[in-house]
Write a protein that binds this ligand. Structure first.
Ligand SMILES: Cc1ncc(COP(=O)(O)O)c(C=O)c1O
Length: 423
């Protein structure tokens, strides 16, 4: 069956698919493809974290991790951050359990204090703005909204943000102070920034009209490869050094999707000058991080990060394959959606025909399937074409995921038929 059929056949198809969806609803489903969380099986891969201390609380440098102090974090934890981000450990602060919290700290510091120990602070300009590649990560958007930072959209291409658009916007408006990036397995499209994009990103602070422009490089999926050999990402740090912009890039990572999402480590990498400012800010709110957890993580992942991520990939690959297979088979001949085929990360991004996504998501909700809210991948929740749906397959079991994809496909097809038949 395809949408090219005559209206009578389409109505019959609509009736048939509606019945199928009713049956699914009668099963009282409670399915959730919203947040990119690791599954219980994935979390269990790191249960041996528990065994890493066993009364030995001393770090490699002889630090008693039970006590206060050490804002920048243990050497071995900083080395783990450096491994994730591909930088020197001296450029890393290991702090807390959430890279998002570090992004918040960096943004508030840039706004209120400045990152360079001088007069440059974002709040000196009226109407601070940041560039937001779209579709993008909803929590970057809500962070901006909460801090009163206006968002200016830049389209995402297969190679990363459209750098010509980003450079023109930044060059034309001194109140544009930064850009959000998820450079590897981007949330939600799964794309990897090309070498040319990384090079342009490193040069962007020099092209910007603002002299306090900052690249927020959120490398949340740096080692989250599904296939081997893994995709490579060029080094922003090296490109920034070549461009003379070391002081204008901030890199973030965490172990949230490596060990325990709620009890991991997070990292920020920056130049000496910027690290000093951030260290000072952190020091106003705490006397030091949880170094026991840092020690636990450093010992657990020492020399086995790759093997550990391969074990994650074993669990995740069947789920991503199932999503691809369901979409390919279920939508064959329909021509109503396109979707990404990521080689890593946590999401599949699907674009429906225009003006369908919110209806599909509402229909799925009524059938017991929770999908990320319509518009969530755009600032202010406003998807201009109402077409983007983010699918997060990691948390559900394979059986649940199969059921969820069947419901999703029915909702997508029914919405397309209703649009076509104007019902
Ligand atoms: C792009 C991106 N950055 C950051 C985070 C959150 O990271 P953390 O748990 O370190 O705060 C996520 C979680 O989904 C994410 O997708």
């Amino acid at each position: 069956m395809t949408l090219a059929q005559d209206p009578t056949a389409l109505k019959a198809l609509h009736e048939e698919l509606s019945q199928q969806l009713k049956q699914q609803t009668a099963n009282r489903l409670s399915l959730d493809l919203t947040r990119g969380k690791p599954s219980a099986e994935q979390l269990s891969l790191s249960n041996a974290l528990e065994d890493q201390i066993r009364g030995d609380f001393k770090s490699r440098d002889g630090v008693d991790t039970r006590n206060y102090g050490g804002i920048r974090g243990l050497s071995e934890a900083r080395e783990l951050g450096a491994e994730l981000l591909g930088v020197d450990a001296a450029q890393v602060i290991a702090f807390g359990n959430s890279s998002l919290a570090l992004m918040h700290l960096a943004a508030t510091t840039a706004l209120n204090k400045g990152l360079w120990g001088n007069e440059r602070r974002w709040h000196n300009s009226p109407g601070v703005k940041m560039l937001t590649p779209v579709p993008g990560y909803d929590r970057h958007f809500s962070l901006c909204e909460q801090l009163g930072i206006e968002m200016v959209c830049v389209p995402m291409l297969d190679t990363g943000p459209d750098m010509a658009v980003a450079a023109n916007l930044a060059a034309a408006d001194p109140s544009i102070k930064g850009i959000w990036c998820v450079p590897k397995y981007s949330n939600p499209t799964g794309c990897i920034y090309s070498d040319a994009t990384v090079a342009s990103m490193a040069e962007l602070p020099s092209k910007a009209a603002a002299d306090d422009f900052v690249v927020f490089w959120d490398n949340a999926y740096a080692v989250h490869d599904l296939v081997q050999p893994p995709a490579t990402l060029a080094s922003l740090a090296e490109a920034a050094t070549a461009a003379g912009n070391d002081d204008h890039i901030l890199q973030f990572a965490s172990t949230s999707k490596i060990t325990f999402a709620g009890a991991g480590l997070s990292f920020i990498a920056a130049s000496d000058l910027v690290l000093k400012q951030l260290e000072q800010q952190i020091g106003f709110s705490t006397i030091g991080p949880d170094k026991v957890n840092q020690l636990r993580h450093a010992r657990f992942l020492d020399g086995r990060l790759q093997a550990h991520m391969a074990a994650h990939a074993e669990l995740l690959r069947p789920k991503f394959d199932l999503v691809q297979q369901s979409l390919k088979e279920g939508l064959a001949g329909w021509d109503i959606a396109t979707w990404t085929v990521p080689k890593g990360g946590y999401f599949v991004s699907l674009d429906t025909q225009d003006n369908m996504a919110s209806a599909v998501i509402a229909k799925a909700k009524a059938a017991g399937l929770a999908l990320t809210a319509a518009g969530a991948t755009y600032p202010y929740g406003a998807d201009p074409n109402d077409c983007n749906v983010r699918i997060a397959p990691t948390f559900a079991s394979l059986d649940e995921l199969h059921a969820a994809m069947q419901v999703f496909l029915l909702c997508l097809k029914l919405t397309a038929l209703e649009k076509r038949l104007a019902i």
